[in-house]
Design a protein around this ligand. Structure first.
Ligand SMILES: Cc1ncc(COP(=O)(O)O)c(C=O)c1O
Length: 373
C-alpha cells in the first residue's frame, strides 16, 4: 500500500528543491506496521537503574585505557574482519577461528541469523516471554514468529517447542538463562531437545548471561557444539564484561554459518573502539568474573528477601530476578520509580529487576517492601 507522508502545511522555504514532502509516496512495508517496539530500560536522572541487566560497575581501568587509545585512531576504519579479537576468542573458547562471527552486539547477530537462514514465510520458533528482540528480528527478516508459552514455572517448554516445529521452521531460539525470567533449562533437557530437533533446523542457544550461571546442571553451550552441527551459541560482551555501550557480541557455530553471518553483516559493524575494549576485557576476565559473583549474590539476596515479603520469584541463573505480577506489573514499576528505582515492567506480565550494587538493591528492596499488596 503506498503511504503518503504527512504534508507540511507551511509553504516550502526551499523552492529550488525538485519536490516537497507532499510529493513523496513511499511504499513502506505493510507487514512492519505491527512491529513490536524494543523497549529499552529507562534512565531517570536521580534514580537507580535496575532495568537493563547491565553490571553496575564501569569498564575496568585497563579497558578504559584501551578505549582511549583506540579512540585516538578513530579517523581510521576498524579491522573489517575483527581479526585479533576473533583469534583471541578462538583460543579462549577452544574453537576454530572460522567458527566465530563477531557482531555489533549479539542482538545484531540474532538479526543476521534470520537473514542467513530464512526466506519469506519461513518460521522461527521461540519461547514467550523471552528476549524481546526475537519477534522483531524475525518480522524484519520476513519470517513468521511462532511463540511457545513458558511453563507455569516460567521455564522454556522444550517439548511444546519441539511440537511447534513444522516443515516451515528454519530456526529455534533457546534463551538460556531466559531473559526476562532468569530461569534455565538443564543439560539433560537440552540434550534431549537437540536430539529431537530435525537436522535442517538451526538451534540458536542465546547465552548472554552465561557468566552468571552457578547451577552445574545448566549446560555450557560450547560443549554441545561438537555433537550438534545445527547448533550456534550466542555470547555478548554487554553483561559480564561491562561493555553494553560499546556493542560487541559473537556467535560460535558451524564454519559455513559463521561465514554467512559475516557476509550478511553491515560492513565495519564492530568499531575499532569496541574491538579494543573487548580484547582488554578478556585480559581482565578474572576480575570481571569476581564481580559477576557479587551480582549473583545480590540476586540471591533479592530472591530470598522478595520471597519473604510474599512475592513469587522463580529461581534465577542470571543477573536479574523476575516478578510475575501480571496486571500489577506497571503499578509496581511506578511504585519503585516513586522510590527512585527504575525496573523493567512488561505490562500485564511481570517485572524484571537487575542486580545492582548492595546499596542499590537495598533501595529496591525497601521500595518492594512498601508496595501495597
Ligand atoms: C538474551 C539476550 N540476548 C542478547 C542480548 C543482546 O545483547 P547485546 O548487547 O550483545 O546486543 C540481550 C540483551 O539484553 C539478552 O538479554
Amino acid at each position: 500500500m503506498p503511504v503518503r507522508l504527512p504534508c507540511d502545511p507551511a509553504p516550502c522555504p526551499r523552492r529550488d528543491l525538485p519536490f516537497t514532502v507532499a510529493d513523496v509516496a513511499l511504499r513502506l512495508r505493510d507487514d512492519l506496521t505491527s512491529l513490536p517496539a524494543y523497549v529499552a530500560g529507562r534512565t531517570v536522572p536521580g534514580a537507580v537503574k535496575l532495568a537493563s541487566n547491565e553490571m553496575p560497575q564501569p569498564p575496568l581501568p585497563a579497558v578504559l585505557d584501551a578505549i582511549a587509545r583506540a579512540a585516538a585512531a578513530g579517523n581510521r576504519y576498524p579491522d573489517i574482519a575483527v581479526t585479533t579479537l576473533t583469534a583471541r576468542l578462538a583460543t579462549e573458547l577452544g574453537v576454530d577461528e572460522a567458527q566465530i562471527a563477531v557482531g555489533c552486539g549479539s542482538v545484531a547477530l540474532c538479526g543476521q541469523l534470520v537473514q542467513a537462514m530464512c526466506a519469506p514465510g519461513d518460521e522461527v520458533v521461540f519461547a514467550w516471554r523471552s528476549f524481546e528482540a526475537y519477534p522483531i528480528v524475525t518480522l524484519v527478516g520476513h519470517a513468521k514468529a511462532v511463540r511457545v508459552p513458558l511453563t507455569d514455572q516460567h521455564v522454556h517448554d522444550l517439548d511444546a517447542m519441539l511440537a511447534a516445529i513444522t516443515p516451515a521452521t528454519r530456526m529455534v531460539f533457546v534463551c538460556n538463562p531466559n531473559n526476562p525470567t532468569g530461569t534455565a533449562v538443564t543439560s539433560d533437557a537440552l540434550r534431549r531437545f537437540l536430539a529431537e530437533v530435525p537436522d535442517d533446523v538451526l538451534v540458536v542457544l542465546d547465552e548472554a548471561y552465561r557468566e552468571f550461571v552457578t547451577d552445574a546442571a545448566v549446560p555450557d553451550g560450547l560443549a554441545l557444539l561438537a555433537d550438534h552441527p545445527n547448533l550456534v551459541v550466542l555470547r555478548t560482551f554487554s553483561k559480564a564484561h561491562r561493555l553494553a555501550g560499546l556493542r560487541v557480541g559473537y556467535a560460535v557455530g558451524p564454519a559455513e554459518l559463521a561465514a554467512m553471518l559475516r557476509s550478511v553483516s553491515v560492513p565495519f559493524a564492530v568499531s575499532s573502539v569496541a574491538q579494543a575494549a573487548a580484547l582488554a576485557a578478556l585480559d581482565g576476565l578474572d576480575e570481571l568474573l569476581a564481580d559477576c559473583a557479587g551480582a549473583v549474590s545480590e540476586v540471591g539476596r533479592m530472591t530470598s528477601s522478595l520471597r519473604s515479603l510474599g512475592f513469587e520469584v522463580p529461581p534465577s541463573q542470571a543477573n536479574f530476578v523476575w516478578l510475575p505480577l501480571g496486571e500489577r506489573s506497571s503499578e509496581f514499576a511506578e511504585h519503585t520509580l516513586e522510590n527512585k528505582v527504575v525496573v523493567r515492567a512488561f505490562a500485564g506480565d511481570g517485572v524484571r529487576v537487575s542486580a545492582g550494587t548492595p546499596e542499590e538493591v537495598d533501595l529496591f528492596l525497601a521500595a518492594a517492601g512498601s508496595f501495597p499488596r
